[in-house]
Design a protein around this ligand. Structure first.
Ligand code: GLP
Length: 252
């Protein structure tokens, strides 16, 4: 069972990571059953792994089908070929798209090896619009409040673009790379791109996300905390576990 706190956006607190992951998967499945042709905008990272695992189980065990849906990924490192083990192409293939019946023609990840990255950003943004706009966006959150790769200071009116990663993000994500840091730049869906999704779920787990969750869910709405923009969205829900909720002031 989740507990709802009286904040805007809605905050659902789950006892642990497993409960959070199951509920997130159920929310995706519910959307898919109601609208099989939903356009999804999806995250990478450690946090959504449990949700993807559960969705793969639902596909194998209950026949949940993704064949009619369209998928976009939030971001990709710039300069990585699609087959680089740390690329989000590989992450999504190995954890989700390659394990369900997603139509490869309707699976989109920004091309981090594009010769003209700016043109790739424009193409990617246009593809989302052509697909009818995003119905459900699932987000993780960085320790500094980033969503996708929109780092602190990202303009709320930004669209898909090339960004420079914060040093802290490059260190946090360094484990996926042989060097001491993740790449310097990435392509990310912008804040406005994300905000235009008709529904948004933000997932967070663990104590190291508690400050970011508190600032995003209950702090001032500011470009310094990109996820705080979600406070202005009519259908945004934060789904977090107890530890990630631990710094939220319970007004109830
Ligand atoms: C990464 C990704 C984000 C993700 C975030 C948190 O850098 N670009 O999309 O939400 O950081 O990742 P994790 O879930 O591993 O903590």
């Amino acid at each position: 069972m989740s507990r709802s706190l009286p904040t805007q956006p809605k905050l659902h607190v789950f006892p642990d990571y497993d409960a959070l992951s199951s509920a997130a998967a159920e929310a995706v499945a519910r959307k898919l059953r109601a609208e099989p042709e939903t356009v999804f905008l999806l995250p990478t990272g450690v946090t959504p792994l449990g949700m993807y695992r559960r969705l793969v189980e639902m596909h194998a065990g209950e026949g949940l089908s993704f064949a009619g849906a369209t998928f976009f990924n939030l971001d990709e490192y710039l300069g990585l070929p699609a087959d680089h083990p740390a690329s989000y192409h590989v992450y999504m293939r190995d954890n989700f798209y390659g394990l369900v019946d997603a139509d490869p023609h309707r699976v989109h990840v920004p091309d981090g090896s594009a010769v003209d990255p700016e043109a790739e950003c424009e193409r990617y943004e246009a593809a989302m619009t052509e697909a009818g706009g995003v119905g459900l966006c699932v987000l993780g959150i960085g320790r500094n409040g980033h969503v996708g790769f929109n780092e602190p200071g990202a303009p709320f009116d930004s669209r898909t673009r090339v960004v420079r990663l914060a040093e802290t993000t490059r260190l946090v994500n360094a484990g996926d790379f042989e060097g001491a840091r993740a790449p310097e730049r990435a392509i990310t869906a912008g804040m406005r791109t994300i905000f235009e999704a008709r529904e948004i779920l933000l997932l967070a787990s663990g104590a190291n996300k508690s400050q970011a969750v508190a600032a995003a869910a209950g702090g001032e709405v500011s470009e310094d905390v990109p996820a705080s923009m979600l406070q202005r969205h009519p259908r945004a829900t934060f789904m977090v576990d107890q530890e990630a909720a631990s710094a939220v002031v319970d007004a109830g």
